[in-house]
Design a protein around this ligand. Sequence first.
Ligand SMILES: Nc1ncnc2c1ncn2[C@@H]1O[C@H](COP(=O)(O)OP(=O)(O)OP(=O)(O)O)[C@@H](O)[C@H]1O
Length: 288
Amino acid sequence: MPRHASPSPETTGTHPTESPGAVVDPTGAPAAAGDALHSPGPVGDAIVTARDLVKVYGAGSTAVHALRGVDVDFARGALTAIMGPSGSGKSTLMHCLAGLDTATSGTVTVDGQRVSDMSQRQLTALRRTHIGFVFQAYNLVPTLTAAENITLPMDIARAGVDRERFDAVVDAVDLRDRLDHRPSELSGGQQQRVAVARALVARPAVVFADEPTGNLDSRSAGDLLEYLRRSVDDLGQTMVMVTHDPRSAAFADRVLFLADGRIVGELEQPTQTGILDALGELTPETER
Ligand SMILES: Nc1ncnc2c1ncn2[C@@H]1O[C@H](COP(=O)(O)OP(=O)(O)OP(=O)(O)O)[C@@H](O)[C@H]1O
């Protein structure tokens, strides 16, 4: 769902800060910003879904209820941000959606495949073929060039590299003139762009990004977010990004808010101001 025809200045994200995104109510009608957060409604053409997802770490009196029955859909070809206070369950949700962790109960479906029923072996195959990952640390191999790092997962899997896709991805993240460089010859932002290209090149159904700009300075972070946005708009890539940063989240089509293991609301077409207002509603005054 391309909607950012021309990226706006990096300092404000792609949405104007002056007009907050609307908080969506359960009937689907946009409500005025500042209203209480409401549960998200259904999403058409969802590529990732979770139903009544529960994750409990430990047992008995020390049990931690990280997810308390999450129902959520992620739309195909959209960039969705997940936000919420520390400990609200963002990483746990992402790990369960991506097959990196197993939920205690509930179901996860990725691209028509029921992740929650899979064996470890099937999960490994799913992650390799259907899911791309971008983490805070770039995790590049220092002895390989940018091009070799991008195709490494496919080389390991002995899968042929689709040159057309490779070119489209390299252009989307603007790495054409850096392909022969090793990571030590690249800036942090360029290294993360290599990591993004590596995540995208196998045409995954969905890319999960965990604080992808966490190691970058403000300018490089803004650039990276533009490239992530372009990957969604130009390549139709579905992307889910966990972030603490309202500026990063403002690049998304939709922001989901977690609190205490539950999805407590969402913003569509979010702005930084709308996100800050929503976070203010969720975060106890003592933690602000
Ligand atoms: N392996 C684990 N064992 C026990 N408890 C865990 C484990 N992983 C996470 N938790 C707990 O589950 C809850 C949710 O953690 P999670 O990391 O998903 O939150 P988060 O929203 O990603 O937090 P942050 O923003 O600080 O990264 C927290 O109370 C956390 O302490």
